[in-house]
Ligand binder design. Structure first.
Ligand code: PLP
Length: 460
């Protein structure tokens, strides 16, 4: 069969049977049908090759085509494909130990399947912990606008992206939001330090205004990733940590994207020298090869659940969480990262990307370029003075031009009306020097196309 026939047939059935993540319906939608991956590159059903500059959904950290990961899963599936974690199995035990080592701390691990679930577990543990220690009114969570914490109703309630919640509300109660440390859009006249201080103070003000004795935890990503790559000053994160401690509020770090080397450290929060109380992780834990997530909880929080009273233990169960094959694969995934020093490589490649793309600062549409580990965000504006965001058509136009040239890049999507104007990059940490050069050259070429300016004119 001709490749094109196969493609048309696949698309026909795709339209009939498959409901895609988040995309608006379009009769003429032609999704890429991926069939193979090798390193940072994926091949589609028509034989086209693309460099995956987004590692799928920010997750394929060690790159595609790692047969040793497939083998690790295969071996475990053949030996014992399933065993519930009401009991135990060796891959879960070994992985929990390994995660603890990566976290440099004294954490106990609860396994689930997705980032959303890991956050749900965090919310339940935190609420119950506060009850266990006699803090009966502490039930509220403070999150930031523009942050993303998942698609299930609790995690969506914590999410600070209005467009993702619209028509699904009312959501779970007790989730509050403060402004994020968006330093590019800080009020004129404020230094970065003053602005960071102000944003951290907003967290403390909310705790005080709500009544500290009603606040259970603050949840935050180390940097806001999918919401537009908003990188805070270290002092902001440190101040929020101090504020939480001072008010008896726990700090949950959502490391679903930032974890596993993406930030240039093993975990994003390690860049800021702080210790969270609860850490949630998914994506890079298995490099996306199988579903697995984890909620890591400080030992002393776990200790509060050693209670013989009827409802004193955590009553959360997850059939598939901590599947033996997923755990075995995750262990091998971490071994690869250590063996190939991918955490260090992430830092190196991120710096290179950032440095080589600084030339784009002079581009009329580029308002800001932000980098954290091997992630890059380019915020596009129609006017550098007013910082008015470019219309979405410019962003989608650039993404399409990059794809035309074999490079997949992303954007912040469905965040806040009018502010879906940040191009994003998060390539596999295993990317070669040539891969990175390809990304740089392609982006520079695409951004130099003069008709991009025209796109702004057309849309406004
Ligand atoms: N937290 C963050 C920071 C994320 O980026 C995501 C997903 O993109 C999630 C949580 C939810 O993870 P999942 O899609 O695996 O449920």
């Amino acid at each position: 069969m001709q490749a094109t026939d196969e493609m048309e047939q696949a698309l026909d059935k795709d339209r009939k049977y498959l409901w895609h993540n988040i995309l608006p319906y379009r009769e003429d939608h032609r999704p890429m049908v991926g069939v193979r991956g090798e390193g940072s590159w994926i091949t589609d059903l028509e034989g086209n090759k693309y460099l995956d500059g987004m590692s799928g959904m920010w997750c394929v950290n060690v790159g595609y085509g790692r047969t040793e990961l497939a083998q690790a899963a295969y071996d475990q599936l053949a030996a014992l494909p399933y065993f519930p974690l009401t009991q135990s199995h060796l891959p879960a035990i070994q992985l929990a130990e390994k995660l603890n080592e990566w976290l440099e701390g004294d954490y106990v691990i609860f396994f689930s399947n997705s980032g959303s679930e890991a956050n749900e577990v965090a919310f339940k543990i935190v609420r119950q912990y506060q009850q266990q220690i006699g803090q009966h009114y502490r039930h509220k969570f403070i999150a930031r606008y523009r942050g993303y914490h998942g698609s299930s109703l609790g995690a969506l309630s914590a999410t600070g992206q209005a467009q993702r919640k619209f028509k699904y509300e009312p959501l779970a109660g007790g989730f509050l939001h403060v402004s994020p440390p968006d330093s590019y859009r800080r009020p004129a006249g404020l230094t970065l330090e003053q602005f960071s201080e102000q944003c951290a103070q907003a967290v403390e003000d909310m705790i005080i205004w709500e009544g500290a004795e009603t606040v259970a935890a603050v949840i935050m990503e180390p940097v806001i990733t999918g919401g537009g790559l908003l990188v805070p000053e270290a002092s902001y994160v440190q101040k929020v940590r101090d504020i939480c401690t001072r008010h008896g509020v726990l700090l949950i770090m959502d490391e679903v994207i930032c974890g596993f080397g993406r930030s240039g450290r093993k975990f994003g929060h390690q860049n800021f020298g702080i210790r969270p109380d609860v850490i949630t992780m998914a994506k890079g834990l298995t490099s996306g090869y199988l579903p697995l997530s984890a909620t890591a909880v400080r030992k002393e929080i776990y200790e509060a659940f050693k209670d013989s009273e009827l409802h004193g233990h955590l009553r959360h169960v997850n059939t598939f969480g901590g599947n033996p094959a997923a755990c075995a694969l995750a262990l091998r995934n971490l071994e690869i990262m250590e063996r190939e020093q991918l955490v260090e490589r992430s830092q190196l490649l991120g710096e290179r990307l950032h440095q080589r793309l600084t030339a784009l600062h002079d581009h009329p549409l580029v308002g800001d370029i932000r980098c954290f580990g091997f992630m890059l965000g380019i915020e596009l504006v129609a006017d550098k003075q007013t910082k008015e965001p470019v219309p979405l058509s410019v962003i989608t136009g650039i993404i399409a031009e990059c794809k035309q040239r074999g490079l997949i890049i992303g954007k912040n999507g469905d965040t806040v009306a009018g502010f879906n104007n940040v191009l994003t990059l998060a390539p596999p940490l295993s990317s070669t020097d040539e891969d990175v050069e390809f990304i740089i050259q392609t982006l520079l070429q695409v951004m130099s196309i003069s008709r991009l300016d025209g796109l702004v004119g057309e849309a406004t």
